[in-house]
Design a binder for this molecule. Structure first.
Ligand code: PMP
Length: 309
């Protein structure tokens, strides 16, 4: 009997597919400079169904993995093609035919500074996207965290290092202790930064506003996707600029965007209800279009998809 991790019996570790229960390292491994990626593969044409899977923006995620590695002085010896093949083999070994989350992890081997372990776990996830999905429209009560987002001259907020997620975990624990569904950080200057694992977008007078990369945010692939598609394909104006905390309270709509969080509407912040409708009309439109793109229904953006088979 093998032990599954998030229901996955197999993962990929340092060059081969292995049983999850055999993917072991010493408890003495240094983990503080570990980095990772969060990538999703969606079922083609039906995000709530079964079938062939496409990985969304594989290239951008691998580029970010390499940027995170460079910032931490780590060297990944595998090529992009080898990492893709590894991911495909792992999905196949697990026999997955519904939406899959892929989380490549890289960290220095004990006693070295540059040599790394590379592990690729994959597991199934349930999307909140898709027509009339009740998980999407569920009411969500968020708070402004009393923890500030890590300043990027202390930890590299723009890279995906595990160390940054200690900050996120503290904010999430605080939010849950206080009965909230999640938290939004301010940066060290007091401007809106990001969520604990997603970027923030607010609707103000028909325009989407979102903080700049200099507000201690991760350089998000989903944020980049929305910044391209909203003005070009949907004629929704966007503005990248610092956002004051009070502007969030005065927004018509606020939503989070990220690979994990997808497009997640927020109903209230610090118990101040947002806008007139929930989920708001622009949030609905964007989520619907994002769903079409990730499931390969939009011809224009098929080049963002890479077969997971
Ligand atoms: N900010 C943080 C802190 C995150 O963990 C994530 C998820 N990777 C994001 C933003 C969104 O990034 P992406 O769209 O690339 O998933």
């Amino acid at each position: 009997m093998s032990v599954a991790f998030h229901g996955a019996e197999f993962c990929w570790m340092n060059g081969e597919v292995v049983e999850t229960q055999k993917a072991l390292v010493s408890a003495m491994e240094p983990i503080h400079l570990g980095i990772f990626e969060g990538i999703k593969a969606y079922v083609e044409n039906d995000v709530n169904g079964k079938g062939r899977l496409s990985i969304f923006r594989w290239k951008s995620h691998v580029e970010r993995l390499r940027r995170s590695a460079a910032i931490c002085g780590l060297k990944i010896s595998y090529t992009d093609e080898e990492l893709l093949e590894a991911t495909r083999e792992t999905i196949e070994a697990n026999g997955f035919d519904t939406n899959v989350y892929i989380q490549p992890r890289v960290w220095p081997k004990a006693g070295t500074t540059e040599e790394v372990h590379v592990v690729i776990p994959v597991w199934k996830f349930e999307t909140i996207l898709g027509k009339d999905n009740p998980k999407f429209s569920k009411s969500r009560r968020f708070m402004i965290s009393t923890w500030r987002r890590i300043a990027s001259d202390a930890l590299p907020a723009q890279a995906k290092t595990w160390a940054n997620y200690g900050n996120s975990a503290l904010a999430l624990r605080e939010a849950s202790r206080l009965g909230h569904d999640g938290a939004i950080f301010l940066d060290n200057r007091g401007f809106v930064s990001e969520g604990t694992g997603a970027c923030v977008m607010a609707v103000r007078n028909g325009k989407i506003v979102t903080p700049p990369v200099t507000a201690s945010i991760l350089e998000s692939v989903t944020r980049d996707t929305l910044l391209q598609i909203m003005p070009e394909d949907r004629r929704i104006p966007v503005e990248v600029r610092d956002i004051a905390r009070v502007e969030l309270y005065a927004s018509d709509e606020v939503f989070l965007c990220g690979t994990g969080w997808e497009i997640t509407p927020i109903a209230s912040i610090d118990d101040l209800p947002l806008g007139k409708e929930y989920p708001g009309p622009l949030t609905n439109r964007i989520a619907e279009y994002y769903t079409e793109i990730v499931s390969g229904k939009t011809e224009k953006h098929k080049d963002w998809l890479t077969s997971a088979q």
